[in-house]
Ligand binder design. Structure first.
Ligand code: GP9
Ligand code: MN
Length: 431
């Protein structure tokens, strides 16, 4: 019903925050690149192994004076993994409690996604990925989101060459080389999303691409992770030099993010070894869900930002930097750069982290120290936790109603411009 949309609109309006006046529009008119770091976790940044930095190029980007880097940023994916991350980043909507929204609703639902919003501002929009287009139903979901182009595997040179592939698709270095030449041909300003894949479980790599020793936790599903993370880092380094050569580096807002964990918390003994800890606390395990979120805006002073947030907050944050008033019909996240940003990060299972407290199952902790608390012992804490629980439950509940009922279709034409899917085709000449 369209009145259900009104209720949800009222909820997100009420949670909406004021833009940050000093950063609003700092990237206005610039190209945008969203660079997806597959399975890449925050702990890898500045991590040292075997006497070396594992990811020197990403570390340099993390500390670049023009990069704003978030170190309390969490992945919030559910069963939809990569596809949930993509959905959150570009729609500020959560995945559903089970399954993948891109797969189950990507073809039929109405969306108001970054590509279609930027298309209306005169941007060229394109997604790049070295796997077949049907994975996670990307070919259909991207149309619904308004992507003008989707360069999937068959657009690349000799895509089925066994030496060019590993795991789910093209090796990142091979993939990024051709991606860079396509990028240079796009009319500017462009909005481009680039999805890497080599740093994916089971972290296999051909010997010629190995440049660091495996870790020695003794857990064979974990120990190759540093090797593929290093490979991803080198691939990013090469991509960076392509962009510099093409004169794109300083004309582009470059966003890097990790989509979800690479090493699941089923591997606690190995995680403890990687972190050099005897025992892991409950909050160590929540912190394990942190992923990078870094935004480099040429000419804008950056730094490490400690605000608590997650993937749901990316779209409003980027719209602010681009100077686009985010009067989106519905966004469940808020601008991380706004001083009014509510520092609560809901997870898909109903747990949450805030700058003050953390909920795991029915237990509560002080986020900073990991100390377990009994909320009932302090009326102030009890009240905050009650309100946070209410906010998180309501957010996830409204989100699921919106998606399952395809409620955005009830938005008026003036608040949500529809994508004309008939004009979009991702076919190459070879099919
Ligand atoms: C495949 C890739 C993997 O195309 O994006 O998705 P994931 O298994 O990480 O969800
Ligand atoms: Mn993934």
């Amino acid at each position: 019903k369209s009145s259900d949309l009104d209720k949800i609109k009222a909820f997100t309006k009420q949670n909406k925050v004021l833009a940050n006046a000093t950063t609003f529009g700092k990237a206005k008119g610039k190209n945008v690149i969203i660079f997806h770091l597959e399975s890449f976790q925050q702990f890898m940044l500045d991590y040292r192994w075997d006497g070396q930095e594992v990811t020197p190029n990403l570390n340099a980007f993390y500390h670049d004076t023009n990069t704003t880097s978030f170190d309390n940023f969490y992945n919030q994916v559910g069963q939809g993994k990569t596809s949930d991350a993509e959905l959150m980043l570009e729609n500020s909507l959560y995945g559903t409690a089970s399954g993948s929204v891109m797969t189950n609703y990507g073809t039929t639902n109405t969306f108001q996604a970054m590509p279609s919003v930027l298309d209306q501002m005169g941007y060229t929009t394109a997604a790049f990925h070295g796997d077949v287009p049907s994975f996670w139903n990307r070919d259909n979901a991207y149309k619904s989101w308004g992507y003008q182009y989707f360069f999937s595997k068959s657009y690349y040179k000799d895509p089925d060459n066994p030496n060019y592939n590993i795991g789910y698709g093209l090796k990142d270095k091979i993939f990024l080389k051709d991606t860079a030449s396509y990028l240079q041909q796009l009319p500017q300003p462009f909005y481009a999303k680039i999805i890497t894949v080599t740093n994916h479980y089971p972290y296999d790599l051909d010997s010629q691409n190995i440049s660091i020793k495996k870790t020695t936790t003794g857990d064979s599903t974990v120990d190759g992770y540093v090797q593929t993370a290093r490979y991803l880092d080198q691939a990013f380094g090469e991509f960076e030099s392509y962009l510099k050569k093409a004169g794109l580096w300083n004309k582009t807002m470059i966003v890097l993010y990790g989509d979800h964990y690479g090493i699941s918390t089923n591997h606690q003994p190995a995680i403890a070894k990687l972190l050099g800890k005897k025992k892991l606390s409950a909050t160590d395990l929540v912190n394990w869900e942190k992923v990078p979120f870094m935004v480099r805006v040429p000419g804008m002073k950056g730094g490490i930002n400690h605000t608590y947030g997650g993937e749901i907050d990316v779209m409003p944050t980027l719209l602010g930097l681009l100077g686009i008033k985010d009067e989106q019909v519905v966004q469940f996240g808020t601008d991380l750069l706004s001083s009014e940003h509510r520092q609560v990060v809901p997870f898909r299972n109903g747990d949450w982290v805030s700058s003050e407290y953390t909920k795991i199952g029915s237990s509560y902790y002080v986020t900073a120290t990991g100390t377990k608390i009994k909320p009932s012992e302090d009326p102030r804490v009890k009240q905050i936790i009650k309100e946070t629980n209410k906010f998180v439950t309501q957010t996830l509940d409204y989100n699921d109603k919106l998606i399952q009922g395809n409620l955005l279709r009830f938005a008026s034409k003036s608040e949500l411009k529809r994508v004309n899917k008939k004009n979009i085709s991702y076919k190459t000449s070879t099919g």
